[in-house]
Design a protein around this ligand. Structure first.
Ligand SMILES: NC(=O)C1=CN([C@@H]2O[C@H](COP(=O)(O)OP(=O)(O)OC[C@H]3O[C@@H](n4cnc5c(N)ncnc54)[C@H](O)[C@@H]3O)[C@@H](O)[C@H]2O)[C@@H](O)CC1
Ligand SMILES: [K+]
Length: 494
């Protein structure tokens, strides 16, 4: 499991650890890891031109100490100081001792202030445009709000230069706690993060700015609390969750999932939800709705009923909503059942909030950003910009477990706790019907006994992986994704 902690928690842990260690020890650990990562990225350190962007905090200090290490290995290291009067003094001294230099302060003796400043700007531009590597130490977890104008100007220059960029701890300009990006931010090829991941490194849009992320252990693990802010399941975690039938299993013990989906207008949604459900571990899939003919002709193993959900026979979990059109009665009937219910698509619009809140069995809601926006009464962009806040708000309004779909999918339990983030997906998954497959898959896992949180996060993981396998660099339809689920399942179990 990969975990991420909030800035507040990181700060508290750092204080505790620092009290036990000699002064500056943590920063030296960070700088050593950072320098090694920079060296790996550029390949040949000797003779390379490295530019450090140095803010006034410890993030800049990390950059300076790492720069000193690179200078000792023969790199030509130039530091751009955003606030020379507040720069990390020890770090700057180390850089200068190692043969590094400062550019852009315009401190030429004898020149007028204006001319000196202009010369400084020119030198900074030239250094950045010619750099083999830019190290972004403008701001780390101490960042507040959008970048200030002088820092924002550097972001533009760095983008123009096209040089590889290593971000120190976080790309400057992204919000460490929320993954939000307000205004300019550094786009890094690699982010070297210390002690623990920060939520912003795992959640879009910030995640995209981070490039690949390299974790440097500075010993924080021993003082971090057990519960993280964010969790990202890995193969082993998902493998542990997936149901495995025993010798005594029969279809009822493995769980029966009911799918109440599709309409005369959207029969395909029913077929796709069933296709996901059949690959999700339940012992049987029961279909209720007007698309029974289409479902059985494609999947003859489905138990089909034309009675309403209440009369369809026993199920251990329901999926309701994909392609449901305006069938509010079916949604209400399903919500009345005392088993776990997954609500997706049209069902999200048709479900009464008070009814969902009053349910005693678990409810899992699976909106994409547009559906979440409609439920919250905000614009879609607002949800995409602030995904973490949106999932929290939805879970609290509905008293339900919420899976917010997207390039990084978030799942939050109705009882709160760590948010699960899933990044196995691929942009190719943004295809019609892909969500129907996910809802069937997650419903099937619910029926086989997983909690709403586990079912949602394991399904998102498998579905993302299946999307990758199905697409493999080319467009794939939702049915291809469903067909790739067994391969994803095997990959996880292996
Ligand atoms: N505290 C620790 O134990 C360790 C901290 N480390 C580093 O220290 C960083 C945190 O250092 P700080 O607490 O000094 O904070 P930062 O260096 O992240 O940022 C604080 C400075 O940035 C400026 N700033 C804030 N918001 C800004 C904005 N929007 N635009 C431009 N400038 C802005 C502030 O004026 C302040 O001086 C971490 O991210 C990490 O890189 C590492 O050395 C590891 C150990
Ligand atoms: K940074």
């Amino acid at each position: 499991m990969r975990t991420a902690y909030s800035v507040e928690t990181v700060r508290a842990a750092e204080r505790e650890l620092m009290a036990r260690l000699p002064d500056g020890a943590l920063m030296q650990r960070a700088a050593a890891g950072l320098a090694a990562a920079c060296a790996d990225l550029i390949g040949r350190v000797y003779g390379s031109r490295v530019v450090l962007l140095v803010g006034s905090g410890d993030n800049g200090g990390d950059a300076l100490y790492a720069g000193a290490r690179l200078a000792r290995r023969g790199a030509a290291v130039a530091a751009v100081l955003l606030a020379p009067e507040r720069v990390h003094a020890g770090g700057l001294a180390a850089l200068l001792r190692a043969g590094g230099r400062v550019v852009g302060t315009g401190a030429d003796a004898g020149s007028t202030a204006g001319a000196a400043a202009a010369a400084g700007v020119g030198a900074v531009e030239e250094a950045i445009l010619r750099a083999d590597l830019v190290v972004d130490g403008i701001v780390g977890i101490g960042g507040k709000g959008g970048l200030r104008p002088d820092a924002a100007q550097l972001v533009v220059l760095v983008a123009e230069s096209g040089a590889p960029v290593v971000a120190v701890d976080l790309p400057s300009g992204v919000d460490a706690d929320t993954g939000e990006v307000r205004g300019a931010a550094i786009r890094a090829d690699l982010t070297v993060t210390f002690g623990t991941h920060k939520p912003g490194l795992l959640i879009d849009p910030a995640r995209e700015y981070a490039g690949s992320v390299r974790f440097v252990d500075i010993g924080l693990g021993e003082v971090l609390p057990a519960e993280a802010e964010l969790e990202a399941l890995q193969h082993v975690d998902v493998a542990r969750l997936l149901p495995v039938p025993g010798a005594e299993s029969d279809k009822y013990r493995r769980g029966v999932v009911g799918i109440a989906a599709g309409s005369a207008r959207y029969p395909g949604a029913a077929v796709l939800a069933v296709s996901g459900a059949l690959r999700g571990g339940a012992g049987a899939v029961r279909y209720v709705g007007p698309a029974g003919g289409a479902v059985v002709s494609r999947f003859p193993e489905t138990l089909v009923s034309d009675q309403g959900p209440a009369k369809a026979g026993r199920v251990q979990a329901w999926v309701v909503g994909p392609g449901a059109g305006d069938d509010a009665a079916t949604v209400a009937e399903v919500l009345d059942a005392d088993v776990p219910v997954l609500i997706d698509a049209d069902g999200l619009r048709l479900a009464e909030r008070d009814v969902v809140r009053a349910r005693s069995a678990p409810t899992l809601m699976t909106p994409h950003a547009g559906e979440a926006a409609a439920l919250l009464g905000v614009a879609r962009e607002e949800v995409e910009r602030a995904r973490l806040a949106s999932v929290r708000e939805l879970a609290s309004r509905y008293g339900a477990t919420v899976l917010l779909k997207g390039s990084t999918t978030l799942v939050l339990d109705s009882a709160g706790g760590a948010v699960r983030v899933n990044a196995t997906g691929t942009p190719w998954l943004a295809t019609a019907g892909s969500g129907d497959v996910l809802s069937g898959l997650a419903g099937s896992l619910l029926a086989s006994g997983l909690s709403a949180l586990d079912a949602g996060s394991a399904a998102a993981y498998l579905h993302g992986l299946a999307g990758r396998f199905a697409a493999d660099g080319a467009p794939a339809g939702a049915h291809d994704v469903a067909e790739a689920i067994p391969g994803a399942w095997r990959d996880v179990r292996d």
